[in-house]
Design a binder for this molecule. Structure first.
Ligand code: FAD
Length: 487
């Protein structure tokens, strides 16, 4: 099968790209899992947006402070300026943001924001946005969507890309397209403890790397200060908006320790809060610290944070009168596939959008709720760029359509699942909030051994095989870049 545009990924960035492309273009969206299984669906807090012109400068300033002034200033200004268009577009397709009694959008605060500018849908903003995007994309006649299609390879032949995917675990599908957009999200699963969904194994970044695209600042990983402290490896996030609405970070005895570390206390940027919690845990030999919002009105808590309230109640914690045990965990990737403001990578016709891309807007540390905004603005700009290029291109018909289902992947031995655990242990030890150079050097050696096994041991080339390959590639790049940065 052939398409004008193939988009790998059906999170907010993939689907928003698809619905912003010219409707004359044939579009295929491939998703390695269900349409709902991705980081977008988990986003709780909201979308940061300066909706009035006089608010833009403050939003830029706060983003620069959080990012340690390492942000790409042109792309940042562009993102803040364009925000209003995308919020209006979301509202026009039916996304419901919370409003006050007069019908004005309600705005909240999160760490690093100097004023309330985050619009939200209760504590499930991502789910609300994604569900409306799924509706629009599935109804569009020019967009095909295939779930459970795991893309493991993309190669470029002349002016087109051949995209290979394992479909429902047992078939290989091949497609051809003129423009390929990677919207594959983050890489949290290379860590033992993460807020990310199971899809986040850095696939798109590894595919781009293997194609020869430039990858930038992969060492810029964000750790979220407050995930629910449970035994699960995929950890439930206690949104920053809980602190934004007045929750305190306390130790076992109720002491608000953040005042020791930063004047902004609980609302300092995430890197500072995460590091402070880590220090506090080490200093006092704690397994976790606590988030306490019980001093707020009970009905307000239940209405504002219904999912967090329910999740905690399910494990026996009533947040209206009890403290929530929390720890920092891996959360977000600031680095990624290098792109310009139109989502173009360093390879012609290859685009990247969303968390897998590196636009530079976040600098060293993302300001809370700027990520969905980045997904929206730069996905729309990439879609516009592809649409304009395609209109100018006359020679857009492929000579033949040769791609169809293929045989299942070769190999004899079943892959050893322990490799995933090994990678997660390495990353957790070598680079969790702070880099441990010796563990990182050792970790690179172990990863090289795994990569060698993948080459030599005649494994069945199934989804697990490719996920492990991808996790190795991105983990190694992260560790190498982190070590380079301390030298
Ligand atoms: C718990 C949590 C809370 C968050 N809260 C907020 C918030 O309040 N505000 C905010 O701005 N940001 C928030 N974020 C960050 C934000 O949600 C993400 O950065 C953003 O949604 C990423 O969107 P995306 O489309 O790039 O990736 P995703 O939504 O993760 O989508 C990636 C897609 O790629 C597909 N895919 C991946 N690999 C392959 C492959 N090999 N083949 C085929 N398909 C593939 C997946 O199936 C999936 O459809 C949060 C993140 C988490 C984890």
């Amino acid at each position: 099968m052939q398409y004008d545009v193939i988009i790998v990924g059906s999170g907010v960035s993939g689907l928003y790209t698809s619905i912003n492309l010219d409707s004359n273009l044939s579009v295929l969206v491939l998703s390695k899992s269900s349409l709902e299984n991705n980081n977008s669906n988990l986003a709780q807090g909201g979308i940061a947006a300066a909706l009035e012109e006089d608010e833009e400068q403050d939003h830029i300033k706060d983003t620069l402070i959080a990012g340690n002034y390492k942000n790409n200033i042109d792309n940042l200004k562009l993102m803040i300026k364009e925000a209003k268009k995308d919020i209006e577009k979301l509202i026009s397709i039916g996304v419901e943001f919370d409003k006050d009694k007069q019908g004005n959008l309600l705005k909240t605060l999160e760490g690093g924001h100097s004023r309330k500018r985050i619009i939200h849908h209760k504590d499930a903003t991502g789910k609300e946005v994604l569900s409306k995007l799924i509706q629009v994309a599935t109804e569009a006649e020019n967009i095909d969507i295939i779930e459970n299609a795991f893309v493991y390879d993309a190669c470029k032949i002349n002016d087109s890309f051949i995209v290979s995917a394992i479909y429902e675990d047992n078939k290989v599908l091949k497609f051809r397209c003129r423009y390929l957009v990677l919207a594959t999200g983050g890489l949290g699963k290379i860590y033992k403890y993460t807020t990310n969904s199971s899809i986040a194994t850095g696939d798109g970044i590894a595919i781009a790397y293997l194609l020869g695209a430039k990858i930038s600042n992969l060492n810029l990983i964000q750790f979220h200060p407050t995930a629910l402290c449970e035994e699960n490896e995929e950890r439930f996030l206690i949104s920053e908006a809980v602190r934004g609405e007045g929750a305190h970070l306390v130790d076992q005895n109720g002491y608000r320790f953040m005042e020791l570390y930063d004047d902004r206390k609980e609302l300092a940027p995430r890197d500072i809060v995460s590091l402070s919690i880590l220090k506090e845990m080490k200093r006092k030999n704690y397994k976790c610290v606590y988030l306490d919002i019980s001093h707020k009105d009970k009905d307000f808590i239940k209405e504002r944070f219904p999912n967090i309230y329910k999740k905690c109640l399910d494990i026996g914690i009533d947040i209206t009168n009890e403290k929530i045990p929390v720890t920092p965990v891996q959360h977000y990737l600031m680095g990624g596939i290098y792109v310009n403001k139109n989502g173009q990578t360093t390879i012609n016709r290859l685009y990247a959008v969303g968390e897998c891309s590196y636009t530079g807007v976040h600098g060293n540390n993302r300001l809370a709720s700027n990520s969905l905004l980045e997904c929206l603005v730069f996905s729309r700009l990439a879609a516009r760029h592809i649409s304009l290029r395609k209109r100018k291109c006359l020679n857009n018909i492929f000579k033949e359509d040769i791609f169809k289902e293929d045989k299942y992947c070769i190999g004899i031995n079943k892959i050893n699942f322990n490799y995933k655990k090994q990678i997660q242990d390495i990353m957790q030890r070598a680079y969790f909030i702070q880099l441990d150079v010796n563990s990182a050097i050792h970790g690179i050696g172990v990863i090289d051994n795994i990569l060698n096994d993948l080459k030599e041991l005649n494994y069945v080339k199934d989804i697990h095989f490719y996920e492990i390959r991808n996790m190795c590639i991105v983990s190694k790049l992260i560790l190498q870049e982190s070590i380079r940065n301390v030298k």
